[in-house]
Design a protein around this ligand. Structure first.
Ligand code: NAD
Length: 413
């Protein structure tokens, strides 16, 4: 049974909500400490979402030493999964042996969709007509170098609904609010000109015009003595993601381990980015892996391209103090640069995962990091964690009770 909370919980003050929760959960002091930052952050949480009761602290780490377009970046990542930051750093190190990542990105163009029923005159929709209705909303964006970038109309076959997509360059923002505002504005205008009735208008998270990519070329000897063999196995493993969607889902999840962690650290909309990426993975009719790999002579070449609607302003981005810090660590990039960094991070994560999969297997590294968490669970704190994790790893027995015994022995020493 779920705990009992008072009626109209959302209408209570933050402190009353917290008090009610504390009582309902019979006060678990460690949990309480975890969700309770200082007053300022509590107020921020309250201002950000309805019915706030605290924060959910996720580890924030830094994957260091990314060489991207001849510049070094240290990448902030927020993630609960133990292996992600380690894997990204290792991937970055491998790619450095070949001179780092080369990246690219489209302009930050997003689309808003307007759906019209019974529209008879779609031919009357023109660029001029659309711009006439939305020019006032785009004044600031045009000053920043963004603005209107065209439209597309399509009749949906089964519903016979007319879909109009209007494209806007939103510069450093994700663009959700501007696009939704524009969509609402265009609803009556497009209805009247086409003789139709507006059903709805909303931005599309597809972000197909906002792609970013990254590439590397590394000497196969970066993989050690049997480097060429490992590289060829990486290529084959990648090929399988084009043929088997069950494998592709996990493959792409690995890419997103890196990208979503960067998105969360910078307070970007992780759900929007993930939805776009997975839709893109299905664009050829089946769900496929998003990376390309090939061997050329003694080099392995890897590449990824995917939609990445990363922002550096808007919503909580750049406003939440943790996001501000993360952006500072990256040297305060613009949105396009951040998307390019994200592509490199996704590719680094994928390279590490594929290399491990076709050599020692993925479980090796995971279990090493799992030992750290187990050490904490057994009661180790501070320096004890690494020492105990080493002992757990040496014994290869991953049980809390055994870890507790090992900790006792460690403390006696
Ligand atoms: P926002 O509403 O905060 O708007 C961004 C603001 O930044 C604008 O007012 C703009 O004028 C200003 N700005 C200043 N400098 C800029 C620059 N250089 N480039 C661009 N804009 C600049 O943020 P948003 O991007 O419109 O919306 C993002 C938020 O909306 C996120 O929290 C997201 O989760 C949420 N949202 C998402 C969806 C969705 O994904 N379907 C729908 C609704 C809301």
């Amino acid at each position: 049974l779920s705990v009992k909370i008072p009626m109209s919980f959302r209408k209570l003050s933050l402190s009353r909500r917290r008090m009610a929760l504390r009582e309902a959960t019979e006060f678990d002091s460690e949990a309480w400490e975890a969700i309770s930052p200082g007053e300022d952050l509590l107020s921020l949480a309250d201002a950000m979402v309805e019915s706030a009761v605290g924060i959910m602290p996720v580890p924030l780490g830094i994957a260091s030493g990314f060489l991207i377009d001849n510049e070094t970046f240290h990448v902030p990542m927020a993630v609960e999964e133990p292996s992600v930051i380690a894997a990204c750093s290792f991937g970055a190190k491998l790619v450095k042996t070949g001179g780092g990542f080369t990246t690219w990105a489209d302009d930050p163009v997003m689309g808003v969709q307007i759906f019209l029923e019974d529209a008879a005159h779609e031919e009357k929709i023109t660029d001029d007509l659309i711009q006439e209705y939305i020019s006032n909303d785009l004044v600031s964006m045009e000053k920043r170098g963004g603005g209107y970038r065209g439209f597309a109309a399509e009749r949906l076959e089964k519903s016979n609904v007319l879909k109009i997509e209007v494209y806007i360059d939103v510069r450093d923002a994700m663009g959700a609010n501007l696009l939704n505002t524009i969509g609402e504005k265009l609803k009556p205008a497009l209805s009247s000109v086409t003789g139709g009735t507006a059903l709805m208008a909303i931005l599309t998270n597809e972000a197909k015009k906002r792609c970013a990519g990254a590439r590397f070329k590394i000497p196969v000897k970066a993989f050690g003595g049997e480097g060429l063999k490992v590289a060829k196995r990486v290529v084959l493993a990648n090929q399988i993601t084009k043929e088997d969607s069950a494998r592709a889902v996990t493959h792409n999840k690995g890419i997103m381990n890196g990208i979503t962690s960067l998105a969360l650290a910078t307070a970007n909309d992780t759900r929007a980015i993930e939805a776009a990426v997975h839709a893109y993975a299905s664009r050829k009719g089946t769900y496929q892996g998003l990376t390309e790999y090939r061997v050329e002579g003694n080099f392995l070449i890897g590449e990824v391209e995917l939609p990445l609607a990363f922002a550096v302003i808007g919503g909580a981005v750049g406003y939440h103090p943790a996001s501000r810090l993360a952006l500072k660590v990256l040297g305060n990039p613009d949105a396009v640069r951040l998307a390019r960094i994200a592509a490199a991070v996704g590719l680094a994560q994928n390279l590490t995962a594929l290399r491990a999969l076709v050599s020692e297997g993925i479980q090796h590294g995971h279990m090493r990091l799992h030992a750290n968490r187990l050490a904490y669970q057994a009661g180790a704190r501070g320096d004890e964690i690494d020492l105990l994790a080493d002992d757990i790893w040496k014994g290869q027995r991953f049980h809390v009770e055994e870890a507790k015994n090992l900790l006792e022995r460690l403390r006696q020493q």
